[in-house]
Design a protein around this ligand. Structure first.
Ligand code: SF4
Length: 195
């Protein structure tokens, strides 16, 4: 399905002579690295599309918060299954990132707007209680104040999830998380390694 959509997308871009650039962002799990990831990289090259990859996160953010506040046993069966496929587990990422005291770049530099115009704390939260109101009705400064007052951000930052969410951006947490992910891959006995 994904591949056929990429072919269709390339065909439409060519037909319309569009200058739109497409980049595939590949989420790395324990089961889809190695050969499968290489095939996608090659397909992107064939279709003249960009290719980027990163460790998959457990989404939404509320679930990672649940793990950090309680435990992985609090997840339902479906989420637990996805958790087991993650290379970089949220609790491991939190263990590393909570050592860093840095502001949240998603909160400070981005405005996440949902399909219906509601602004959210960030692109990682899906629960309506973390939406702030209609983007068009709230002045920017007020929107930022609402984010700064929100308890979810405080909890998220306490566990370092704001930093793991951006792969340790601007800190050494990124390398440490990559090292932790490598160890996880080795423990899973897979024949794939990070660069
Ligand atoms: S602190 Fe967490 S919940 Fe708040 S904006 Fe940043 S990533 Fe999102």
């Amino acid at each position: 399905m994904v591949k056929s959509n990429l072919y269709r997308l390339r065909s439409m871009i060519n037909r319309l002579k569009s200058r739109t650039r497409v980049t595939v962002f590949y989420h790395q799990y324990l089961h889809n690295m190695g050969e499968e990831m290489e095939q996608m990289r090659q397909l992107c090259s064939e279709l003249d599309m960009g290719f980027e990859s990163a460790w998959a996160h457990l989404m939404p953010l509320e679930k990672s918060v649940l793990i950090c506040e309680e435990s992985v046993d609090s997840l339902n069966e479906e989420d637990r299954f996805i958790y087991e496929l993650l290379v970089l587990k949220p609790d491991k990422a939190s263990e590393i990132c909570r050592e860093y005291t840095v502001p949240c770049p998603l909160r400070d530099n981005q405005t996440a707007i949902n399909f219906d115009g509601t602004a959210a704390l960030c692109c990682g939260v899906y629960e309506p209680e973390h939406f702030l109101g209609n983007f068009l009705d709230i002045p920017y400064a007020e929107l930022q104040d609402l984010k700064h007052d929100n308890p979810m951000c405080k909890t998220c930052m306490k566990h370092g999830l704001h930093l793991s969410g951006v792969y340790g951006q601007g800190t050494t947490a990124g390398q440490r998380m990559d090292a932790a992910a490598d160890r996880q891959l080795r423990a899973a006995n897979l024949d794939v390694w990070t660069d």
